[in-house]
Design a protein around this ligand. Structure first.
Ligand code: CUA
Length: 342
């Protein structure tokens, strides 16, 4: 009986299809409104990709329109029974296959191939870069190093606006892919091989980036940000990051440092000037100068940090970091210490 009622409540099939189409379109638009797009590129490389994208869309649109015209044309002709002789029809069919199917398609493919070959070549010819940034993809975060400055950080990359930046891309585990859509092309990070990508960030603002190669359970939440700054602000940031970790100034943060040194945390995380054990987890020397944790997924707030340290898996299922295994006073002290690491 209940089943019959349910069926009675459903809209007619055609209305259901309309609703489904609307839902898909609305979902697509919602997803797009907040997502950085290659169509909003601020760099020359990105704009090159954008032009190619529009060209291919235009060609696909024309091909689609021609095919629709042929389908509807043949249906209408069949209805009007203007079929003519079988021989004439066969000749017309052959001509269409030859001109549209073979010659037309070949011209389109060759034109697209020539244009994209030139574009690929231009994308691979990078100008000289003043700044090198090494980015290492790891499940599920990004280690960020400035080899010429002795700076190591994670997930939040700072660069001077308008300059060509050479990104040296590597991975410590599986394949990841580094992509900042508004800055240019993506580049895979392949185990055992270093790849290079030159990008520039024209505007002084935050650019969002993503891992675009499925790398495990938290692939979709392996995000990064590029903070494009004035050269002066960038220099200030670099100098601040070069300093070793701040010394604890209160009893609570002093206890927090002891908790860090006596817990499993020290086996995976480095705090420069305190302990330099590992690269398994992000460098925490200046953790509090970052605005997010969990690879760009959670805002760096007291509550988020406490929850993450206590049990990372509850916030990012599949993350490699284990629960801290601390009692409440130890956790409080540790979080207070981490929050003091500006
Ligand atoms: Cu890393 Cu997907």
């Amino acid at each position: 009986m209940a089943a019959t009622d349910d069926v009675a409540c459903l809209p007619p099939p055609r209305a259901r299809v309309h609703r489904l189409v609307l839902a898909v379109l609305a979902g697509g638009l919602t997803a797009c409104s907040d997502s950085p797009s290659i169509l909003d590129s601020t760099s020359a490389d990105g704009q090159r990709i954008e032009r190619l994208w529009w060209l291919m869309l235009a060609i696909a649109g024309v091909v689609f329109a021609v095919i629709l015209w042929m389908i509807f044309g043949s249906v209408l002709r069949a209805r009007r029974e203007e079929t003519g002789s079988a021989e004439a029809n066969e000749q017309t069919g052959r001509r269409i296959v030859l001109w549209l199917g073979l010659i037309g398609t070949s011209i389109v493919l060759v034109v697209v191939m020539v244009i994209s070959t030139f574009d690929l070549r231009a994308l691979s010819l990078a100008g000289p870069s003043e700044l090198r940034v090494r980015v290492v993809g790891q499940q599920y975060w990004w280690r960020v190093e400035y080899p010429d400055h002795g700076v190591v950080t994670a997930n939040e990359i700072h660069v001077p606006a308008g300059e060509d930046i050479a990104f040296l891309l590597e991975t410590d585990d599986v394949i990841h892919s580094f992509w900042v859509p508004e800055a240019g092309p993506k580049r895979d990070m392949i185990p055992g091989r270093a790849t290079e990508l030159t990008l520039s960030f024209a505007e002084e603002r935050v650019y969002r980036g993503f891992c675009t190669e499925f790398c495990g359970l938290q692939h979709a939440r392996m995000q990064l940000s590029v903070h494009s700054q004035s050269p002066g602000d960038f220099e200030t940031w670099i100098e601040q990051q070069q300093d070793p970790a701040a010394s604890p100034q209160t009893e609570l943060t002093r206890r927090g440092r002891e908790v860090f040194l006596n817990s499993q945390c020290v086996g995976c995380h480095t705090i420069r000037g305190v302990a330099s054990a590992g690269e398994v987890g992000p460098d925490l020397t200046h953790l509090a100068s970052r605005s997010t944790i969990g690879a760009g997924v959670f805002e760096l707030t007291h509550d988020n940090l406490t929850r993450f340290v206590a049990n990372p898996d509850s916030m990012k299922p599949g993350v490699i970091m284990p629960p801290a295994g601390l009692d409440a006073p130890q956790l409080d002290a540790l979080v207070a210490y981490l929050e003091s690491l500006e």
